[in-house]
Ligand binder design. Structure first.
Ligand SMILES: [Zn+2]
Length: 136
């Protein structure tokens, strides 16, 4: 399996290494792999791979960013789950709002600043559509 370029940690610049998820999460039931900073756990940055592949879902994230990406996804996903837009339309809407290329509009790639934008803009849409915004 070829790897286009070496994956590095965004925080400390160290190379990321592919490890079994079960080892990182200390849970034998965890399947698949995770790219982990070679300084883990002193540098707490990792990213999961797409199931059945060795392709990372996004850039490496530390605990705070991992949490924020989850919140951003929860807010954004409500837009298409509540059928305010189709999933595809929602991604186009998001790329338009953020000024990002639709091809590269992936919350898993976003940093703190972009995640905040996603949460803010998604909530506006949900409020404008008189949907209950969960406190999550
Ligand atoms: Zn690191």
């Amino acid at each position: 399996m070829k790897q286009k370029h070496e994956i590095r940690c965004n925080y400390c610049g160290s190379p990321a290494i592919l490890k079994p998820a079960s080892e990182i999460f200390h849970d034998p039931k965890q399947k698949g792999y995770v790219y982990v900073c070679s300084h883990y756990p002193s540098c707490d940055a990792y990213v999961s791979v797409h199931p059945g592949t060795k392709t990372p879902m996004g850039s490496l994230a530390n605990a705070a960013l991992r949490k924020k990406r989850i919140l951003a996804h929860q807010a954004f996903d409500q837009i298409w789950k509540r059928q305010i837009m189709s999933r595809k339309q929602a991604y186009y809407w998001l790329s338009d709002k953020l000024g990002t290329d639709p091809v590269h509009t992936h919350i898993a790639q976003f940093g703190d600043y972009r995640c905040d934008q996603v949460i803010r803009e998604s909530r506006k849409v949900l409020i404008n559509n008189r949907q209950n915004v969960s406190a999550a």
